[in-house]
Design a protein. Structure first.
Length: 447
């Protein structure tokens, strides 16, 4: 078997891949590893546990609570809250460990578990590896007064909303906004925060039933939001995914605003406010070339990382940078959050509209999004993608033809026998032609 932990915790089909015994075992192992490294020294340990509204989250939450309490850890149950809220409250409530149950933008049958340290950051790979290595170990559990106690949290939503509002620099009074919460974890939080920030709010995707999360709604299905924005004559639409760590947007005319465009708008707004550390943005290799060219023209540096918000965050912390994100809508504002926060991002995007006195469709013109074509070439030897002379020659020739107006990215999949071919060019036709040619070379050279 490969590593159990992926780039965003442990994820799989609930009750098949991600079972109650596995989740309980992971929770026990996490408590033991943290205890042995001294995280609980001198005090009684406390963990906070949150989840999104998936039906499977109910029994998986019970398994997490049982695992932690049986390991001597007191547990505070937060209920249904966004992932970034659990990260924030882990630190705010002085907990030793935070646990979130969610499969983010995945469909309802999936679920996942991720752990946060006391500062609200995801556990490093080294700690996750140690937790995984301890699964199934025989141990001597506490008894009597040594077992953990379980309590319900009160006021968690209010505490998180208050935090969000404290970061917004201006009132959103005068804006009409449609928010799509993907029938997920932000269904209560996002509308409340937007209303209290001053916006007139119209909601869709705010009736979770445990099975409809991300189903035809949210940041992965923007058609409903586009329709609602136009129908209600709204100034903008904001979309979260199931656990609200992502944000995408829609203009008044219904045009989609992706994570690159949101980052470009916010980077300029932060720089104008003197709040963009080192005039630098951290982005992944998948960010559109148009974003990078716009930042270059604005005098803003771009630091590139591998795909995954985990790697964006690592580069931000290592370089002392405060702002970064992904094209998918994970936007990290380290001055206010320890992870991507879709509700926070939406609030600040709307605030940028107010501060600049311009509609969203005008703000998006800060960058020109180049046509981007992605082809997944399946059933090939992805391990030879970086060493094949034939593929290297084809990529060099394509890059020479594209020049400064395009780029090529060949990326082996992290989980499947597949190579991703991404091409950006000045026109859709050119991007498609080059991508199809390179996909053919990948198939021939690595098949």
């Amino acid at each position: 078997m490969g590593r159990l932990f992926g780039t965003d915790g442990v994820r799989g089909l609930a009750n098949r891949d991600l079972t109650a015994p596995l989740v309980m075992d992971l929770s026990v192992a996490a408590a033991r590893v943290l205890g042995e490294q001294g995280a609980f020294k001198g005090h009684r340990p406390l963990a906070v546990v949150g989840r999104d509204p998936r039906a499977s989250g109910e029994f998986l939450e019970a398994a997490v609570v049982a695992g932690l309490a049986s390991s001597g850890v007191d547990v505070l149950r937060l209920g249904v809250l966004p992932t970034p809220a659990v990260a924030h409250l882990t630190h705010q409530l002085d907990a030793d460990l935070g646990v979130m149950l969610s499969a983010s933008h995945n469909p309802a049958p999936d679920n996942g578990i991720k752990f946060f340290d006391r500062s609200g950051h995801k556990l490093p790979d080294e700690l996750e590896d140690r937790i995984e290595a301890r699964l199934g170990e025989v141990w001597d559990p506490p008894t009597g007064a040594g077992v953990g106690r379980v309590r319900e949290a009160h006021g968690a939503v209010e505490q998180y909303v208050a935090h969000l509002l404290s970061t917004v620099p201006v009132s959103l009074d005068g804006l009409r906004v449609v928010v799509d919460c993907a029938n997920g974890a932000s269904s209560d939080v996002a509308p409340e925060a937007l209303r209290r920030a001053g916006a007139e709010v119209i909601t869709i995707g705010t009736a979770p039933d445990g099975l409809n999360i991300n189903s035809g709604c949210g940041s992965t299905h923007l058609e409903a939001l586009q329709h609602a924005v136009r129908e209600h004559g709204a100034d903008a639409g904001i979309a979260n995914d199931g656990d609200a760590d992502r944000c995408l947007a829609v203009t008044a005319s219904g045009e989609i605003v992706d994570g690159d465009q949101i980052m470009a708008i916010l980077a300029l707004d932060l720089r104008e406010a003197g709040a963009l550390a080192a005039d630098t943005v951290v982005a992944t290799v998948m960010s559109n070339l148009g974003f990078k060219l716009a930042m270059r023209d604005a005098g803003i540096n771009v630091v590139e990382t591998a795909v995954g918000d985990r790697y964006v965050l690592e580069a931000m912390k290592e370089g002392g940078f405060g702002f970064g994100g992904e094209q998918s809508g994970h936007v990290i504002m380290l001055d206010h959050a320890t992870t991507g926060d879709g509700v926070l991002t939406g609030l600040h995007l709307l605030a940028a509209m107010i501060r600049r006195g311009r509609p969203l469709d005008e703000l998006t013109k800060v960058m020109t999004r180049l046509p981007q074509v992605l082809i997944n070439v399946k059933d090939v030897d992805k391990n030879r993608a970086k060493t094949s002379p034939e593929l290297a020659a084809a990529v060099s020739a394509a890059e020479a033809d594209l020049g400064d107006t395009g780029r090529v990215l060949i990326r082996p999949s992290g989980t499947e026998p597949m190579v991703r071919v991404m091409v950006e060019a000045a026109s859709e036709t050119q991007a498609q032609t080059v991508a199809e040619h390179l996909a053919g070379v990948v198939k021939t050279a690595l098949g």
